[in-house]
Design a protein around this ligand. Structure first.
Ligand SMILES: [Zn+2]
Length: 260
């Protein structure tokens, strides 16, 4: 029984009909456990409903995504943080949280706000003993600094949609984080990530779809689906020269251990 370690089934772009189809297709392919990652307070409520509907198939992480922090003022983020502290006990992990330093998320004080609320969430994760689900784009050095200062290795977690070098991956491994790879690894031109995946031990890897985003190379549908985890597994198996089943089994076991 296999896992998709990160997705967004409750994203407003995904219809009820689509969700039903995804679940049916996934179960047919032995994919039966999904981590639904948090983005903002409204989304947490949808996640709670989905998890109630399919308690055996979904685990939740609740968190304030760097996009949410970048797009809202400090008072709104404070309020959301307060809400998070009240509902986090019912989640398996805290996230997505992290830093995204692309231009559109770093305007008008958003960089500093992202850092403050990332630090707050790391502290909350530690106080609640919840592993972290990290979203880090163009900000690995700063994110690693925060994790070290706040000693996040005591809770650890996963770096979702990792797309960087082995050197950076090794620093996360040292901080007790697993590396989760998705569609990006299927692109042949992505040599740096492929080299990293070749060297990262299978015990430290997770697979994800990040549905409905981050489709693998050559994906036919407009929206990515949880089934793309199978394409990711195939690529990782090819890189590591082991069987697809071994990749799926081991990464699923890693996931279950991390989010017990
Ligand atoms: Zn995500």
């Amino acid at each position: 029984m296999y896992c998709d370690c990160h997705g967004h089934w409750t994203d407003p772009r995904v219809t009820e009909e689509q969700r039903t189809q995804w679940l049916e297709d996934s179960l047919k392919n032995n994919l039966n456990l999904f981590m639904e990652a948090g983005v903002n307070p409204e989304g947490w409520q949808r996640q709670i409903l989905l998890q109630k509907q399919y308690p055996k198939n979904f685990k939740n992480a609740f968190g304030l995504h760097p996009y949410f922090v970048a797009e809202n003022d400090e008072a709104t983020c404070d309020e959301a943080m307060n809400e998070l502290s009240h509902i986090l006990h019912s989640a398996s992990g805290l996230g997505e949280t992290g830093l995204d330093f692309r231009e559109q998320y770093t305007q008008n004080g958003a960089t500093d706000r992202q850092i403050v609320f990332f630090e707050n969430q790391v502290q909350l994760a530690k106080a609640s003993s919840k592993p972290l689900v990290l979203h880090v784009v163009r900000a690995h050095n700063e994110a690693l600094r925060v994790l070290m200062v706040w000693e996040a290795d005591t809770v650890g977690g996963m770096v979702h949609a990792f797309n960087s070098s082995l050197e950076i991956a090794e620093q996360y491994l040292k901080m007790n984080f697993l590396i989760s790879v998705g569609g990006a690894v299927t692109f042949e031109k992505n040599k740096k990530l492929r080299e990293a995946v070749a060297a990262i031990p299978l015990e430290k890897l997770l697979l994800e779809s990040d549905c409905p985003d981050q489709a693998p190379e050559g994906w036919a549908d407009e929206q990515n689906s949880p089934l793309s985890v199978l394409s990711v597994a195939k690529t990782v198996a090819g890189i590591k020269q082991i069987s697809i089943e071994t990749v799926l089994e081991k990464t699923s076991e890693n996931f279950r251990k991390l989010f017990t």
